[in-house]
Write a protein that binds this ligand. Structure first.
Ligand code: MV4
Length: 446
C-alpha cells in the first residue's frame, strides 16, 4: 500500500480523498493555489504545498509544479480527483515516467476511451447497444449527408474528442446538416485541437443513466448499479439519484452487464462510469465512458455501503478487489443535490463571494460533502459548486421528502445558490412521477 498520496485537486473532492487516505492509514499531501490557502481541508492534510496563483494554468493544471510537489513530498501516488487533470492521458503518462502511481486507469485505456469514436467501436465489439450511426469517424460532409439519409433525421454530430456537449450539433435536414458540420468541426478544432466528428441518430427526450464500475489489475470487474442524472441544465448536472426510478430489474441487469462487458473488453482498471441514454421505450444506448471518479459517486456509496474512493486507491496500489458481485446490493434510494453558488436571475451566472452564514442541515439520512464553512470565500476562479447535499432513505418518496426538508434547513448567506431551483424540481409533479427527460429544466423551470 502507498504511504503518501498527493492530491492534485481542490475543494470537496480534495477533502473526500484526504478522508479516504486517512482511513487507509495513508498520509495525504495537498497542493493548493494562493486562492485556496485558507480552506480547512488544507489543514486536514498531513502536508500542504502552495504551487501557484489562482489561475488553474498556474496551479491545478500545471503538470511540472504538481510533479515537483510529489517529488519534494516523496509521494508514492497522485490522486487527480475529477476535472483538472483527471482525464489527461499525458499527465498519467508523466506520473508513470516519474515513478509515481497515477490513481486511475493506464494512459492507454484513458486515451482509447477518451476518444469517443474508439470507445464506440469498442462497445460494438463488446456487444453493447450503441445508437445507430457512423462506423468510425466521418470523412466528409457528403459522407455525413449520405449516412443521415440512410438512418433518417434528426441526427446528432459529435466531436470524437468531445464531452460535456461541446462540438455537438443536431441536424434535421441536409441543409441544416451542412451548416452543423462546419460549426461542429470548427468548435471541436478550437476546443480540443481535433476536428474529428462522428454521427448518431438523435435520440429524442432521453434520460441520462450511468453505471458505476470498479475494476482491478487482476481483471476482476464489478458494477455498482446505475445512477440517473437526467436533471441537468446546459450539460451541468443538478440532481442525481439512484436507483433509476424507471428501470425494471431485467433492463437494469442488461444495462449493468453491458457496462461490465465494455470495461472488460478495454482491459480497464480503476473506477469508471459508463454512460447511456435511455429512451421512452426503455432501450438503452451507450454514449461514453468517464475514466475518473465522478462528483456523484457519493449516492452509489450510500445505496451500496461501499467506499469507492478507498477501493480506487487500493486498486491503484495493486490490491485485488475482495468483493464479489453478489456482495453489491441496492439498499433504499439516494439522491444528491449540487448546491452551486449561482444567481438564477442572471442566467445562473456564478455568484462568488464570502459566506457569512453557513448552517448545514442534519438529522437522519443526510450526508454533506463540502469544503466550505462559515467565513469561507467562494472563489471566482473555480467551479461554483459549494456543497453536495446527499440523502439516503428507504425509498424514493422518502428521499424526496428528506431532501426537501434538508434544503429548507440549509442556510447559506448572502451568496445566491441553487437551493431554490432544487426545491422547485423536487416539488414538481413530473419529477415526483419520474416522468422527465434531459430537457426537463429548460421546458418546465425556465
Ligand atoms: C445524445 C443525445 C441524443 N441523441 N446523443 C450530451 C452530452 C454528451 N455526453 C451526450 N449528449 C447527448 N447525446 C444522441 N445520439 C442527447 C444528448 C444530450 C444530453 C445527454 C445527457 C444529458 C443531458 C443532455 C442534454 C442535451 C443533449
Amino acid at each position: 500500500m502507498f504511504s503518501r498520496v498527493l492530491i492534485a485537486n481542490r475543494g470537496e473532492i480534495a477533502l473526500r480523498i484526504i478522508r479516504a487516505c486517512h482511513e487507509l492509514g495513508i498520509e495525504a499531501v495537498v497542493v493548493y493555489s494562493q486562492a485556496d490557502k485558507d480552506f480547512e481541508y488544507v489543514r486536514q492534510a498531513d502536508q500542504a504545498i502552495c504551487i501557484g496563483p489562482a489561475a488553474p494554468g498556474e496551479s491545478y493544471l500545471n503538470i511540472p509544479r504538481i510533479i515537483s510537489a510529489a517529488e519534494i513530498s516523496d509521494s508514492d501516488a497522485i490522486h487527480p480527483g475529477y476535472g483538472f487533470l483527471a482525464e489527461n492521458a499525458h499527465f498519467a503518462e508523466i506520473c508513470g515516467e516519474c515513478g509515481i502511481a497515477f490513481i486511475g486507469p493506464s494512459p492507454e485505456s484513458m486515451r482509447m476511451l477518451g476518444d469517443k469514436v474508439q470507445a464506440r467501436e469498442l462497445a460494438k465489439k463488446a456487444r453493447v447497444p450503441c445508437v445507430p450511426g457512423s462506423e468510425g469517424a466521418l470523412g466528409s460532409v457528403e459522407e455525413a449527408i449520405n449516412l443521415a439519409n440512410k438512418i433518417g433525421y434528426p441526427i446528432i454530430l459529435k466531436a470524437a474528442a468531445g464531452g460535456g456537449g461541446r462540438g455537438m450539433r443536431v441536424a434535421h435536414s441536409d441543409i441544416s446538416l451542412k451548416g452543423a458540420f462546419a460549426a461542429a468541426q470548427a468548435e471541436a478544432e478550437n476546443a480540443f485541437k481535433n476536428g474529428t466528428l462522428y454521427l448518431e441518430k438523435y435520440i429524442e427526450q432521453p434520460r441520462h443513466v450511468e453505471v458505476q464500475i470498479l475494476a482491478d489489475r487482476a481483471g476482476n470487474a464489478l458494477h455498482f448499479y446505475e445512477r440517473d442524472c437526467t436533471v441537468q441544465r446546459r450539460h451541468q448536472k443538478l440532481i442525481e439519484e439512484c436507483p433509476c426510478p424507471v428501470l425494471d430489474d431485467e433492463t437494469r441487469e442488461n444495462l449493468c452487464k453491458s457496462a461490465l462487458r465494455l470495461v472488460q473488453e478495454a482491459n480497464y482498471h480503476s473506477a469508471c462510469t459508463v454512460e447511456f441514454l435511455l429512451d421512452r421505450n426503455k432501450n438503452f444506448y451507450f454514449i461514453e465512458v468517464n475514466t475518473r471518479i465522478q462528483v456523484e459517486h457519493t449516492i452509489t456509496e450510500m445505496i451500496t455501503g461501499q467506499d469507492l474512493v478507498k477501493r480506487q486507491i487500493q486498486i491503484a496500489a495493486g490490491r485485488p478487489l475482495e468483493l464479489r458481485q453478489k456482495d453489491i446490493q441496492i439498499h433504499g434510494a439516494a439522491m444528491e443535490c449540487r448546491i452551486n453558488a449561482e444567481d438564477p436571475s442572471r442566467g445562473f451566472a456564478p455568484c462568488p463571494g464570502p459566506i457569512a452564514t453557513f448552517i448545514p442541515p442534519g438529522g437522519p439520512g443526510i450526508r454533506i460533502d463540502t469544503h466550505v464553512y462559515q467565513g469561507a470565500k467562494v472563489s471566482p476562479y473555480y467551479d461554483s459548486m459549494v456543497a453536495k447535499l446527499i440523502v439516503h432513505q428507504r425509498n424514493r418518496d422518502e428521499a424526496i421528502n428528506t431532501m426537501k426538508r434538508a434544503l429548507r434547513e440549509f442556510r447559506i448567506e448572502p451568496i445566491l445558490t441553487t437551493i431554490p431551483i432544487h426545491l422547485k424540481v423536487l416539488s414538481h409533479n413530473l419529477f415526483a412521477r419520474g416522468d422527465i427527460d434531459t430537457g426537463f429544466i429548460e421546458k418546465n423551470l425556465s
